[in-house]
Ligand binder design. Structure first.
Ligand code: FE
Ligand code: CA
Length: 534
């Protein structure tokens, strides 16, 4: 049935368009001769502006022209359009002005990813785009500090899991207002599926399976003013989880009834639409169904941060009888302990071990989609675990912890999302052995909107895992994380249920990690970060 839906979704003229754009960049489009913006009077900047992936001398500026975002190609002709960009140190665009022209190409959905280079490090900027007579909103961004620089602080927001239908993006609204260097978004940026039981607002249409379908879904998200404000206010670093493509997919294996070839076509469409709507480097542009999103970011001597990909290269969840991907509660089964099973894939696993071994950062932040610390539940029938989580990949997790434990110095903190609860946890060299040493700390953020498991289940989970120091699923949230040379502080911002964009947000708890002492400690002072003078 799912397969039939896919084929229907690709039927008729949409097939030619979707497959043509995905697989055969035809001559006749994508040439270098730009056309003027059609004079319809519609604003082409409906999806806003964004920036991301700052390095010491560069930053990526993004926009996508789409005067009518739910029409094919956003209502634009199948021709390249000329687009001007400007970046300056002041809001009036006078000091340190840089400008250029680029082409918004139809084969990229008229999106642009401008990597502005040769910029001074550790500086804040304003940017905007112009197309014909139309001018975009002004965005703010920054470059990272130079590689060897002594940096006094890094302040970031950690966020994940924003189901559009399940709540207002009140937390993005607060993130937009914060004084931050970065937003780190660790997955479930969008949801492909709908749950009719929890619906405060509606998606634009059915589950996407084609490039045009995923473009429309991304447009729904970018039309949200709070999400647009958050993108415009700060540079973002991104990785993904499953819902950007499909619930619980694992590598090239689908959760649904699709065979691998059909699923890889869906994954290619989803990755391409993701690329077209995110402020990521043009070098990350997907090739077919592959897109490398894992990356390293430096913040002077203070921190190294890596984004890691938990989905594209992982083994299928253990012990699924029907060969389809998907998480479920499991007892023990032989395949769980198969050492060849992987979360990162062999080459990403090797890469992050190498990166950790050579990092000079005082802090080493591993941003990936989900909770690393055990979340299994102790029952009278023995331990039960959720097979889509790191608990379902125990040997891969041991290898990650070994890479963390082996690095000579520096404090490792894992940052995650996906589980829709705020979590603070200790990470041990062997996470399943409480006698093994604590080697790292972990913070997992609650969801921006997505509903969660009951708090009763979480209480049970807390009782079963002494290394979980904090776990609360009753509130949605994001985390404000500030680090300096001595300590890292995580303020868990939360709201009960964001029905309105103006929902009240409070601090659920604050945790600190001191340099040289792995493991979060409750911050008894509880001074709100946002009120600390800087
Ligand atoms: Fe999620
Ligand atoms: Ca997820």
């Amino acid at each position: 049935m799912q397969r039939r839906q896919l084929l229907t979704g690709l039927g008729g003229g949409a097939t030619a368009l979707a497959l043509g754009l995905l697989f055969t960049p035809r001559s006749g489009i994508g040439g270098d001769r730009p056309e003027p913006l059609p004079p319809t009077g519609d604003d082409p900047f409906t999806l806003g502006v964004a920036s991301g992936m700052p390095t010491p001398d560069s930053v990526v500026l993004w926009t996508r022209l789409a005067p009518r975002p739910f029409e094919p190609l956003g209502g634009l002709p199948e021709a390249p359009l000329a687009l001007q960009w400007e970046l300056a140190e002041d809001e009036r665009f006078t000091s340190g002005l840089r400008r250029g022209e680029t082409l918004a190409r139809p084969e990229n959905g008229h999106s642009v990813h401008v990597e502005v280079g040769e910029l001074p490090s550790d500086r804040r900027y304003f940017y905007r785009f112009r197309c014909g007579e139309a001018e975009s909103p002004v965005g703010r961004t920054r470059t990272a500090p130079a590689a060897g620089a002594n940096v006094s602080r890094l302040r970031l927001a950690l966020a994940s899991c924003q189901h559009y239908e399940q709540g207002a993006f009140a937390l993005q609204r607060e993130i937009a207002q914060q004084d931050l260097d970065l937003v780190v978004f660790v997955g479930d940026y969008l949801y492909e599926s709908s749950n009719p039981r929890y619906r405060l607002r509606r998606f634009e249409g059915p589950r996407p399976t084609t490039l045009e379908g995923y473009r429309r879904r991304h447009a729904t998200y970018k039309l949200d003013p709070d999400l647009r404000a958050s993108h415009a206010a700060h540079p973002w670093l991104l990785t993904w989880d499953d819902h950007e493509v499909e619930n619980d997919y694992a590598g090239d294996t689908s959760y649904a009834e699709w065979d691998p070839a059909d699923f890889l076509r869906v994954r290619a469409a989803a990755y391409k639409a993701y690329f077209e709507h995110m402020p990521v480097s043009p070098r990350m542009a997907p090739r077919g169904a592959s897109m490398a999103i894992q990356a390293h970011y430096g913040w002077g001597r203070l921190a190294d941060l890596w984004t890691l990909d938990n989905r594209q290269y992982r083994s299928i969840q253990a012990c699924n009888e029907d060969g389809h991907a998907g998480g479920r509660m499991l007892g023990s089964c032989a395949a769980l302990e198969d050492a060849s099973r992987t979360m990162f894939g062999t080459s990403q696993e090797r890469w992050i071990a190498q990166e950790l071994a050579t990092s000079q950062g005082a802090w080493r932040l591993l941003a990936q989609s989900t909770q690393v610390a055990p979340a299994c539940i102790d029952t009278p029938l023995g331990l039960r675990l959720y097979s889509d989580s790191w608990d379902g990949y125990p040997r891969a997790r041991e290898r990650l912890m070994a890479a963390i434990a082996a690095q000579p110095q520096g404090d490792v903190v894992c940052l995650g999302g996906d589980v829709h609860r705020h979590v603070a946890a200790r990470l041990r060299a062997d996470p399943r052995d409480l006698r093994s040493p604590v080697v790292a700390s972990e913070f997992v953020t609650s969801s921006i909107t997505t509903r969660s498991a009951s708090d009763t289940a979480v209480q049970w989970m807390l009782a079963s895992n002494p290394d979980l120091l904090h776990a609360r699923s009753d509130e949605r949230g994001y985390q404000l994380i500030e680090l300096d040379a001595r300590r890292l502080r995580c303020e868990m911002r939360a709201t009960a249920f964001p029905v309105r964009s103006a929902a009240r947000v409070h601090t659920q708890a604050s945790w600190v990690v001191e340099r040289g002492r792995p493991g979060p400690q409750l911050d008894t002072l509880q001074v709100p970060l946002r009120d600390v003078p800087t």
